[in-house]
Design a binder for this molecule. Sequence first.
Ligand code: ADP
Ligand code: MG
Length: 699
Amino acid sequence: MFDFDTNISYLSGIGPAKAAVMQKEFGIFNANQFLNFFPHRYVDKSKVFTIRELLPNQAEVQLKGMVTDVKEVKQKRGSRLVATFKDETGSVELIWFRVTKWLKSSIKINEPYIIFGKTNYFNGHFSMPHPEMELEIHHKKNFVAGLQPVYPSTEKMSAKGFNDKVISKAMQSLLKESFAYIQETLSDEIISDLGLMSKKEALFNIHFPKNHQALAQAQKRLKFEEFFYIQMQLIRNKLVRKDKIKGYVFEQIGTHFNNFYKQGLQFDLTGAQKRVLKEIRADMATGAHMNRLLQGDVGAGKTIVALLTILIALDNNFQTAMLAPTEILATQHYQAIVELVTPFGITVQLLTGSTRTKARREIHAALEEGILQILVGTHAILEDKVQFKNLGLAVIDEQHRFGVAQRSKMWMKNKLPPHILIMTATPIPRTLAMSAYGDLDVSVIDELPPGRKAIQTVHRFDSARLRVFKFMRDEITKGRQVYVVYPLIEESEAMDYKDLQDGYESIQREFPLPDYKISIVHGKMKPADKEFEMQRFVKGETQIMVATTVIEVGVNVPNASVMIIESAERFGLSQLHQLRGRVGRGADQSYCILMSGVKLSNDSKTRLETMVRTSDGFEIAEVDLKLRGPGNLMGTQQSGVLNLKIADLVKDSKELHMARNKAVAVLTEDPNLSLPKNTALNRTYQQIHKRTSIWANIS
Ligand code: ADP
Ligand code: MG
């Protein structure tokens, strides 16, 4: 038997000192964790190159030859060591930038060496700084063929001489001792269905790949497994939540829904809207609590889906609430809904911070009596005084403005929590949605209503500003309105406000009163002043809106057709996309102009090019994910889910999809993992679960 809990200080090749570093630097305490300490890359030593074969910009290469001379070259500070290394086809220079006695004395002249390293090419000559060198006779003795692992390392590890060779040696003896006892962690069924490598073979080949193919198989297997158990946990959490938290059953579709669908809808729903509506309907009919994220790009038509969902709730004699993050948005939703549903005798009210006391009292009373059917509003809805007789559904627009705590406050007002539908216009890449939100229900409207005019997006340098002003003037003459947005990034706030003020002044000079009127909105203004300026623009009293990103969320001014984004290189992709979504809402051709300086980082270039190339929010989100990585995209709250050891959310989406599908299939057939064929799955799941919940308690 082998005990995988053995402390690593007892493993051959790792003494207490090395074990201590390993624990500190990587949190690796026992043999099992050490086995799962994976190389982060491999170097290919399967081939010995001749010097004539070398190419500029090559990866690391292995050469065989002899050192013919060594000399020390004095420099301003210290000296370096330069050796000539020859084979039958040519010569390269070996260079060491730090000379030690030991180094000088250990290099043997005219004896065959195998050397390895990265080459530099300059003036027709190759050199190799700090090569790994081994006399050929020793090399034969220690011969390790082909791909060699390179492990993650830190300075403290190097200081203790804990290098790849030492790790490999320790790993080799550990594998030798434990190999027979390594348990399979997937079921035979999954392994044969997907043609995966066994756990033993995978662990062996991830450390000591027999060849490229075996390495690829090992990686596939281990990546799949990592994703698979995360998915098992997410899907199980979801099942448990659905099992535990009961919800109202909306079983009927009645007159409200049917009448509106037949007579109130001014267009046909898109295929995506229909599919999503079906998902929501099915969910609300099960008796479990719905907690669903409704994703859809700007303008995809989420509101009408939300309204139809509201009508289903009304058909089941429940009240509904719709929350928006700002007063402007709440008012816009309210006006749109009133217009659509009052012809059908449905009652709607608006409740915000500025609702007068008398109106407020009437709303409170109507809610408690149950005669008010739809309440639209801001945070004001969440106050304790607001009591519903029977709230069955809450629609929340732009989720990030509302904390979970506030949401749960709403739940407590009832015997059962109302169903929750969260609308968000921030497209989340599918891979991320599956992992970070894997335990939520997600509906995606991935199709825009027909006949939308694509927004024309261009990138202009600051030097083209006069032409941009002329373009603004032309559009304003046609009766359109224009946004000019400045970045506001907290660390450099003072400077940003100066940019905004300077920009505002130059626009005032270019667009003087009385012909032109300008609104300005930024974060340092009082809410009431902001609101006032916004309203002037919404009503068309001003033609230009100069603003920081406060207008990002939701504002709907169909007559605004030009979005100018200043210092666009400083905005993130999703922010640029959100801002652009403020135009293109009316019948006119709309434009987005991205202004920037000429000096652009590669990432900035990619962001601007992406914006010019596509308006597809999901495509943009994928690029964003590649640029920023999942951690930054989601914030830290989900880091547990995203803290992957071997798999990569961006590169390994194939394995992720496979894992998701398998996990769903397994849990659908055997929710408690009690079938004999799933013994290995159950055992592994319990082990992982135990580990993670211990950690959860500690942290
Ligand atoms: P968002 O998803 O950004 O909230 P909205 O719900 O505000 O989008 O819809 C944007 C516009 O598209 C609205 O004017 C709405 O009436 C219209 N719309 C929604 N669905 C359709 C459809 N299926 N066909 C045509 N127009 C639609
Ligand atoms: Mg909307």
